[in-house]
Design a protein around this ligand. Sequence first.
Ligand SMILES: [Zn+2]
Length: 117
Amino acid sequence: MHEIAIVKDIFQTLEQAYPERHQDIIRIDVQAGLLSNIQPILIQNAFEAYIEEYPIHRDLELDVTILPILAYCNPCDKNFEVKFHRFVCDCGTPSDKIVQGEELKISKVTFKNTDHE
Ligand SMILES: [Zn+2]
């Protein structure tokens, strides 16, 4: 269950980033690349379990967006989307230069009073 660890990590990151205000967070938007092996449903389940353990966060909402895999093609000098794990550009050049898809990041944090993001 590495999702539990991920959820704990998200909360720890936010507690460090907003030591005084993290209890006012009402929504967390997370972006996960397809290669990060994150299952949105499993993350949601881990999140539900977490806020059950820490009821102070029970009004919190978590939103997970999955990002497609992008790789860089040298001859075209552009990024292309990797579909079905086929790391080949439209022009036929294979590439393993992944520019997006492995990350897990907090993209947005919403607080109770919306004067701050
Ligand atoms: Zn290309």
